[in-house]
Design a protein around this ligand. Structure first.
Ligand SMILES: Cc1cc2nc3c(=O)[nH]c(=O)nc-3n(C[C@H](O)[C@H](O)[C@H](O)COP(=O)(O)O)c2cc1C
Length: 378
């Protein structure tokens, strides 16, 4: 490690003592991350989100992370067809909670930075400094067409996002009455008050997969959110270390987060059966087959690996699946922490119904393992 003190976001530095942060991913979207036909699938409606946020806050969960989604994927259930907009969603949940951080997932190309900066500051004041920004550049042309917006070439997406985040950070900073003159934005006499809550800036996260996305995170973000697979955890260790070292070489501290789907039951057989019931036997295959081409996987029934490929899309299509007993789940999360990850955004089939058992059985194991603080003092 170098002797230079890397810049670290003040809120991230003082967040809490949980070495592995845990949060919920995608509860703002119908079906969450399970591409299933079951009528009891997650509705993603406001009352469910409110119930989840309150329960998560009481339970000691660290954050909530929404998916920025504008249009359903189609299929019988129109997977993600109903999705609450994430800054307004975060604002409502911040008003109803006390401790957890709530992120907004914001498409830079679709929000004017002056509007977004002010909306996010409003959320931040409602939450007394608990709003976080997850910035995304967009990838789904169908969603952009709905806005009459063009999905730029990959490199240009990040050039645009760079200006966007520079403008937002400038507005969140001390200066006022400044001009911002870039390639994409020409903003004159910018004056935005109030500033974020308490004289510190929200944490900024970026979800990406490419070298451009990673470089963007290293330059601008406090956390990088990236999908990984359990079978590649060993490679992930090197990758995570490299990401952190690269950021450090730029004088910045970047934490790395990943995603998972969790099915936790008293026995392995029950957990496996529950997963199979929800996501295999009752999968919405028509939605899965609408999603696959968007992720570069043609629906090719002659491919000998077709069934396996298709199956991976029934539970969120990024991140990994953990199904097992509380010991299995806690053990896997320990391995994830050991690989260098600072947090996991995960999903349950039914976030509210599945949280109490997880809180009762898995959280104490993580506390005993030393990767989470005892909840009374966290
Ligand atoms: C864990 C994770 C979460 C993501 N969440 C969203 C999202 O909510 N909305 C969205 O439009 N894209 C989302 N993306 C897509 C990324 O923003 C990005 O477009 C994609 O990973 C391609 O990465 P690249 O831009 O580095 O090529 C997510 C990606 C990952 C890995």
């Amino acid at each position: 490690l170098s002797n230079t003190v890397a810049h670290e976001n003040a809120r991230l530095a003082s967040w809490n003592g949980n070495r592995l942060k845990l949060g919920f991913f995608a509860p703002n979207c119908s079906s969450g991350r399970s591409v299933t036909l079951l009528p009891e699938r997650w509705s993603g409606d406001w009352s469910s989100n409110l119930a989840l946020a309150r329960l998560a806050d009481e339970t000691g969960i660290d954050f909530l992370l929404p998916i920025g989604r504008w249009k359903g994927y189609g299929g019988a259930t129109d997977f993600h067809g109903s999705a609450l907009e994430t800054i307004t969603w975060a604002t409502g949940l911040l008003a109803a909670t006390k401790r957890l951080v709530v992120f907004g997932t914001v498409h830079a190309p679709l929000f004017h930075p002056v509007v977004a900066a002010k909306q996010m500051v409003t959320a931040d004041h409602v939450g007394h400094g608990r709003f976080g920004l997850n910035i995304v550049c967009g990838w789904n042309a169908g969603e952009f067409e709905m806005f009459g917006a063009t999905l730029r070439e990959h490199e240009q997406r990040y050039a645009y996002a760079q200006e966007w985040i520079d403008a937002v950070k400038a507005m969140w900073g001390d200066r006022d009455d400044f001009d911002f003159d870039g390639e994409f934005f020409h903003l004159e006499g910018v004056r935005t008050k109030p500033k974020p809550y308490g004289g510190t800036q929200p944490m900024i996260m970026n979800a990406g997969a490419s070298a451009d996305g990673l470089a963007f995170a290293s330059r601008n973000c406090d956390a990088y959110f990236t999908a990984t697979r359990l079978d590649t955890l060993e490679n992930a260790r090197e990758r995570v270390a490299a990401i952190k070292a690269h950021a450090r070489s730029l004088g910045r501290t970047v934490r790395v987060f990943t995603t998972a789907e969790v099915y936790c039951r008293p026995t392995r057989a029950e957990a496996e059966e529950r997963f199979r019931y929800c996501c295999i036997e009752n999968a919405d295959w028509s939605a899965v087959e609408a999603i696959m081409p968007l992720y570069g996987r043609p629906v090719d029934r002659t491919d000998p690996n077709f069934a396996e490929h298709r199956r991976r899309f029934t539970y969120g299509f990024s991140g990994f699946l953990i199904h097992g007993t509380p010991d299995d789940v806690a053990g896997t999360l320990e391995r994830v922490s050991d690989a260098g990850f600072d947090g996991v955004a995960f999903s349950f089939f039914d976030y509210v119904a599945d949280l109490p058992y997880f809180a009762q059985e898995v959280l104490p194991r993580l506390e005993r393992a030393g990767i989470r603080m005892p909840r009374s003092v966290s």
